[in-house]
Design a protein around this ligand. Structure first.
Ligand SMILES: *Cc1c(COP(=O)(O)O)cnc(C)c1O
Length: 365
């Protein structure tokens, strides 16, 4: 028995009919750009997140960039985020000419609100909490600090569609939020795709123009904009998947609970607080002898990942920011201890149990 980390062939096998039907409908009409299903998908996505507007874009990185552009962030500005994230959280800030500032995290791998206030400066123009692993950052605390200082919050909710904390759904707490629908995310396209959510009417109008060349209408361009639209084909394939998302999340939660029940005494497992709903985009354990364990599991046919082996502040790309080893002690300690176990919706209970048994066996030896 093998335990793959993802299983795209199985996803297609179970949804062959709906996928090909969606694809064919778009081919037959030919409205490839800003077509029928884009608006339909945006409407359902907004409803799912409990927000007024959803704006389809080309990918999750662009969605971060467009949001920060929409409020005029650029050279000389600072944006606060966390370092153990996918590179886009910081590259989006750097690419618009601003400076990424990293605050350390808590045991849950998300921004530690207690460290946020001291990272603020006169140049801080945005706070970007990342909802890492499918678990929302502490939004009640972060939003309170942001409100006190009149700084907009941009949620990097790329991994966390469907998550919530303190009654606030991912994508519904900040001025705007960014989602990725990359093939590896819980709600996944068959290529690149992204979404921005916002409750702000002005931002909605601006972002719709920014993603489409700054066009007011077919002939008039109000400002320099991007070509960053969600393809109609992707929207069509995503629509039925969005309707199936609660079930996908529920299966992931079942797998995660099975892991926690069987492993919490030997490795550090995520502890879901009473006020949160974790979607388990990634199931991360924190453990000793991580690299040895990963090799041991691979010998048993169990594929695991590390999200991420090098935090952004220690990447070569970030060397100009002046961070050094020791600057973010909690992030750096987690970097050596985190291991992502397979948790996807196509796992059987037997596969989860094999992972459990193998981990228990490793720590006995
Ligand atoms: C996937 C991801 C992104 C970027 O999404 P793309 O669609 O690949 O551009 C940004 N932030 C985080 C935390 C992600 O996991």
């Amino acid at each position: 028995m093998k335990v793959p980390y993802v299983n795209f062939p199985q996803q297609f096998k179970e949804a062959r009919e709906q996928t090909l039907t969606a694809f064919t409908a778009v081919m037959e009409r030919g409205d490839f750009i800003q077509g029928r299903e884009v608006a339909e998908f945006e409407g359902e996505f907004a409803k799912f997140c409990g927000v007024k507007h959803a704006i389809g874009v080309a990918n999750g990185t662009d969605s971060l960039i467009l949001c920060m552009r929409a409020v005029g962030i650029g050279p000389g500005d600072e944006v606060i985020t966390t370092s153990n994230s996918w590179i886009s959280s910081a590259s989006s800030i750097a690419l618009i000419g601003a400076r990424p500032v990293f605050v350390d995290v808590s045991a849950d791998q998300n921004m530690n609100p207690a460290l946020l206030e001291r990272a603020l400066t006169k140049k801080t123009k945005c706070i970007m909490p990342v909802h890492l692993t499918g678990r929302a950052a502490r939004m009640p605390e972060i939003l309170a600090i942001a409100a006190r200082h009149h700084i907009p919050v941009l949620e990097d909710a790329a991994q966390a569609i469907g998550a919530s904390v303190g009654g606030i759904k991912a994508g519904a707490g900040g001025l705007f939020s960014s989602f990725s629908l990359h093939p590896l995310k819980n709600l996944n396209a068959t290529g690149d795709a992204g979404v921005i959510t916002t409750n702000d009417d002005e931002m909605n109008t601006k972002l719709r123009m920014l993603r489409n060349h700054g066009m007011r209408n077919r002939d008039e361009i109000d400002f320099w904009g991007y070509n960053s639209r969600l393809d109609t084909v992707q929207a069509a394939i995503l629509l039925p998947r969005l309707r199936q998302l609660p079930e996908i999340i529920s299966k992931r939660r079942t797998n995660a609970k099975r892991y926690v029940a069987a492993l919490a005494d030997i490795v550090e497992c995520p502890v879901e607080r009473d006020d949160e709903f974790h979607t388990y985009h990634v199931f991360v354990v924190q453990c000793d002898r991580r690299d040895e364990l990963q090799a041991f599991l691979l010998q048993r046919g169990i594929e695991t990942k590390i999200h991420y082996p090098i935090p952004i502040h220690l990447q070569k790309a970030a060397s100009g920011l002046g961070y050094r080893l020791g600057d973010l002690p909690v992030t750096e300690r987690q970097m050596k201890r985190i291991l992502s176990l397979p948790v996807h919706q196509f796992l059987s209970a037997q596969q989860v149990d094999l992972v459990v048994d193998s981990i228990r066996e490793f720590y006995k030896t």
